[in-house]
Design a protein around this ligand. Structure first.
Ligand code: GN1
Ligand code: MG
Length: 380
């Protein structure tokens, strides 16, 4: 835990436009700690706010590599937004760099050393500009909003279509089910929390779909599905809207990497279309809303229709099942590991999440033929 004084000392190392005044916790992220920083107004009364984040280096073993990815991707996006007359400070996440005078020689020599601060406890901090007047939604509550979310991710992918620089793999095998299965087998072998024997049914949900899921991933490995810049965590709360409901920008770029664009579609469908909560205890509330699926897909394809290749279109609907399956696996694996990865609010939380995501997966499986038909219809 850090005192406000310590946090103020940390932020003072970053080149904010005005001096920090107070720092408060913000948002419910599972991985990082996010704080909002208010600053003292300068002579002109200007007092921008900032987001200070402690980046979880257990989850992201290479924070410098991750910050470097974010800098490269946002610089590319800023050029695109400026080029079409937009406001890059509102339509793209703005990374705030270190004050050169706050940096050691070693930090100056490191690649991207000005993008983060590593404190004496070994924690990593990074700062970005808070976008004034922005609104986030924890849940997409209408088809109109889902359409806008799809459009936003479609635009994000389009603006990055000509990005060619290599990106670090910030989390190894993040949406790679072959790698996840390797971790899975190790978790089962270790059975760290002694929970595996009571989870026969749940483990069966994973094992019975293994072949199908690996067959999909093989298409990424053999290039049938192309590799592009992907966000990898496209839930609606990672999009900022303005007060009138227009999309401002896509945030939480920690997992930006090179992978299949289908990850972004699938993860969005997993979160947008769920009629219940990700951790709903009442499974009767959980299902995939076809109406929301159609709306998100329509928004997404309005931007991507002409650029997706045939194999991407063919597997678009399947990617929702794939990512939801992966999420079932990840929650269950973390439960088996003794809740090491995700923050949990109570002891059975990861198991509750597992069951709720499995219910969602079942609902998608039941509606798969219709999902495919909607994609085909919207591609016309
Ligand atoms: C994590 O921390 P948050 O909410 O951005 C996770 C996602 C999961 C999500 C499940 C780096 O995202 O992959 O889908 O929880 N992010 C990471 O809610 O593991
Ligand atoms: Mg995230």
């Amino acid at each position: 835990m850090y005192t406000e004084q310590e946090l103020l000392e940390i932020i003072s190392r970053f080149a904010t436009a005005s001096e920090a005044e107070s720092i408060k916790a913000m948002g419910p992220g599972f991985i990082n700690d996010t704080l909002i920083v208010t600053t003292r107004p300068d002579a002109t009364g200007h007092a921008p706010k900032y987001i200070l984040q402690r980046k979880n280096h257990n989850v992201f073993p290479d924070v410098p590599g991750m910050m470097n990815n974010i800098a490269l991707v946002t610089e590319h996006l800023r050029r695109k937004v400026s080029g079409r007359g937009g406001d890059p400070d509102r339509e793209v996440l703005k990374v705030i760099r270190r004050k050169p005078e706050s940096m050691s020689e070693e930090e100056k020599a490191a690649t991207g050393g000005d993008l983060y601060y590593k404190d004496n406890k070994g924690n990593y901090w990074a700062v970005c500009l808070f976008i004034e007047g922005s609104v986030t939604y924890e849940k997409a509550d209408s088809p109109a909003l889902a359409y806008k979310g799809g459009e936003a991710i479609g635009k994000f992918q389009s603006m990055l279509a000509d990005f060619t620089l290599p990106l670090s793999e910030t989390i190894r095998g993040f949406h790679n089910i072959r790698w996840r299965f390797r971790q899975w087998e190790e978790s089962l072998r270790n059975d760290a929390a002694g929970r595996a024997s009571s989870l026969k049914e749940e483990i069966g949900w994973i094992e019975s779909r293994k072949k199908e899921m690996l067959a999909f991933w093989e298409l990424v490995e053999n290039g049938t599905l192309p590799t592009r810049v992907t966000h990898n965590d496209t839930k609606i709360s990672n999009i900022l809207f303005d007060k009138d409901g227009n999309v401002l920008c896509v945030i939480d770029l920690d997992t930006c990497m090179s992978s299949t664009s289908l990850n972004d579609f699938g993860d969005a469908i997993r979160s947008y279309t769920n009629t219940g909560a990700e951790d709903d205890k009442d499974l009767s509330r959980v299902s995939m809303s076809m109406e929301m699926f159609r709306a998100y897909t329509a928004g997404y394809l309005s931007q991507r229709k002409d650029t997706l290749c045939e194999s991407e279109v063919q597997y678009l609907a399947f990617s929702a099942l794939y990512i939801t399956f992966e999420q079932v696996l990840r929650f269950l694996m973390d439960y088996i590991d003794g809740d090491k990865y995700y923050k949990t609010a109570y002891p059975e939380h990861n198991l509750v999440r597992t069951r709720a995501q499995y219910r969602l997966l079942r609902s998608m499986e039941e509606q798969y033929a219709q999902m495919q038909a909607v994609v085909r219809e919207l591609m016309k």
